[in-house]
Design a protein. Sequence first.
Length: 712
Amino acid sequence: MNKQVKLKRMAVVVSLAMPLLAQAQTADQALPTVQVSSQKLDESTSYTTGKAKGGTPLDLSLRDTPQSVTVVTQQRIEDQGLQTVTDVVNNVIGISVNQYETNRAGFTARGFDIDNLQIDGVPTTWEQSWSSGEVASSLALYDRVEVVRGATGLMTGAGNPSAAINLVRKRATSKELTGSAEIGVGNWNARRAAFDVSTALNKEGTIRGRVVGEYTDSDSWVDLLSNKSKTIYATVEADLAPHTVLDVGFSRQETNAKGSNWGGLSYWYTNGNQTNWDVSKTSAAAWSAWDTSYNNAFVDLNHTFDNGWQLRASVTHGDRRGDSRLLYLYGYADQTTGTGLTPFVGSYLTRTEQTNANVQASGPFQLFGRKHEAAFGYMYSKADFTSYSRAGSNIADTGNYNTWDGSYAEPTWGAATLYQQSVTKQDAVYGVARFSITDPLKLIVGARVTNYKKNQLVVGSGSTEQNDNEVTPYAGLVYDINDTYSAYASYTSIFQPQNYLDQSGKALDPVTGKSSEVGIKGEFLDGKVNASFGLFDIKQDNLGQAGGIDSKGNAWYKTTDGATSRGYEAEVSGELARGWSASAGMSQFRAKDNTGADFNSIYPRKLIRVFTTYNFAGQLSPLTVGGGVNWEGRTWTIDPSAPNYASNGGLIEQKSFALVNLMARYDISKNLSAQLNVNNAFDKTHFGMFAAYGAITYAAPRTTSLTLKYKF
């Protein structure tokens, strides 16, 4: 995009915003003062929250957001002993994890991959195939996790119509010394230590700091596998003026995995029988390793004007790196002799540097005698990805896999050579307004204009270039039926560029995902409980499908209006009664391609997520107990290369299963507590699927942890 086009876009946005800013000068005077006598929601101990972002740049309550939203609060993170982003995804209604390898996984929602994470509302690219530790990212530096399901193109630009996962950082807001320290142990020699300290850095409290650290070290139920992680996060918040706040921060996360599986475990023997390995079985060698690191720095400036408008400017820079040495055993082993597997080795160095800049203005304005809200802004993102490969030589035979113990000779690694590189740029202007049509009826309309450009080189396959300009609309209606219930409807879209070429050699247009949703939401007990029920309909158009082979022997593709996903989600969360907190929900969808066949059948169609805690009163007030169930419906895939396909049909199937999770916490004193968590209490065996390889990876059996926490 040239400078003239950018300047024209910004001029349009500013010209639209000027009358809103002018009208906003009298916005506060037009509304009477309302006194609220009910008890406020205490978000520090709740399972719900007052407001959340993710779907739009507006700061809306859950009830006023016309999409399905879940917020995993700090209290719930603590009660369930959640430590990583994967732990959260495994416990949120409507989204799931496909753990197809020990150190890589896919996040999914409504039948589609989740390919964007957000940090404080800023999208960050996730290269799933080149995992840089995202699935194991620590929650220690985050205050809560917000999940908005459906298309979120207004905020994220490119992506799938699945969901947005927004990680909200902890901030340095305390003017007094406060914090916590904890240590924990668990099975497989698990050890964990963490601290979180906040304090004022000057006498007036106008400069505040916060430091968070975490260290974990654990073996695994998988032979040879061990994982270590280190996390450090520091942030400073300064009041530059009465209405101007500056936040700066830096975080570093390291993960060191030894004995990492690559490609999973074969599901078949050569005779077509199922392998049924023990959950401890590995295909890794003793030298296998996958180390990752992620540095992230940010600067965030917020200013609030006297008329209620806010201006926010932020810049973030992320640097992800990976260093792997891996062994993949492909093919099928003889059931008796264990021979027949072929070794493939790989060693890769990867790096992704991403810079994001965002300027946003938001606030109230007056129009036709009513008060409304608006937000508009500009986003810029650039991601540079590079991967290098080290060839392996002197590769030994695998021998009898039935007696495999990982004592396999490490190959001789060659020098690192370029394997793949890409540069992806997005810049966009967006605007959204929430109009108060009548007292009970609110209309949200907005749009994002995105310029997307990606240049990619794959050694041996050549280079490609993509240039896409997309308009992403957003519309929503919320009608307050009464003080408790609201009905809503929304429509939004998202786009995903694709690398396929048509018969003339031109790149196909991006896949577009269109998402509509209707439902009802309720807010109970002075906002302490939120509930929702929604029906959704998603359609993907311009989906690339094989068209044939040209005269040069190259495949070409055509577009079709392809996949649809339809279903429902229901959820309730919050403090149902004094001391009784709960989060419960269920979801179901059908996902069909343009022929009517199921697609992405390795993603569960049905989910139930329930977790609840109860804090006793009286003499038992130090005791809190809790538990829950995560139930997932049947998943399956067809392996066309399965041995004896005529008999077994190549079906790899994980039947529905339920995992029971338990917890108990006892407050030894005002400051010290002990907490026990037991996950998968009934030791249910289950696995994730790597459909492309016809392989599986077993998930964790019964896991127990004990934590001592001191708060000051």
